[in-house]
Design a protein around this ligand. Structure first.
Ligand code: 5GP
Ligand code: ZN
Length: 118
């Protein structure tokens, strides 16, 4: 956990300084359309508070993590994905494929996905 970073693209999106297509927002998170969608539904659940990534979370962040999952579930339900299913992903670090160092959870759905990922 750390203070808002003026150079962080997701902090700027949270602040409204960079535009985004918002699907949901509350006091803790925003959910936005991914700029480069990898599935028919590809949204990002982004905490308003700057956290660099999943590796910076600990037990004191339990409420935030559950809140992120609940927000993803609510948006997935609103998009009609509950029955067909969906994938929630947090990429961590270089090998995890993380490219933006502000915690975010991908919500992917609308097509069959496979495991393991590439
Ligand atoms: P990561 O690779 O860190 O897990 O995911 C970062 C995601 O953020 C990528 O899927 C990328 O397409 C998305 N992204 C990067 N910059 C922007 C942006 O400015 N706006 C939006 N809406 N998504 C972005
Ligand atoms: Zn940030």
């Amino acid at each position: 956990m750390s203070a808002p970073d003026p150079n962080c693209i997701f902090c700027q999106i949270v602040a409204g300084a960079i535009p985004s297509e918002q699907a949901y927002a509350d006091d803790q998170v925003i959910v936005i359309q991914d700029l480069n969608p990898q599935a028919p539904v590809h949204l990002l659940v982004i905490p308003r508070r700057h956290v660099s990534g999943a590796a910076d979370l600990d037990a004191t962040d339990a409420a935030l993590v559950v809140h992120m999952v609940a927000a993803a579930n609510a948006v997935a339900a609103a998009r009609g994905l509950t029955a067909s299913g969906y994938r929630l992903v947090i990429n961590q670090g270089t090998h995890g494929g993380q490219t933006v160092s502000h915690l975010h959870m991908h919500l992917l759905g609308g097509r069959q996905m496979h495991w393991p990922p590439g």
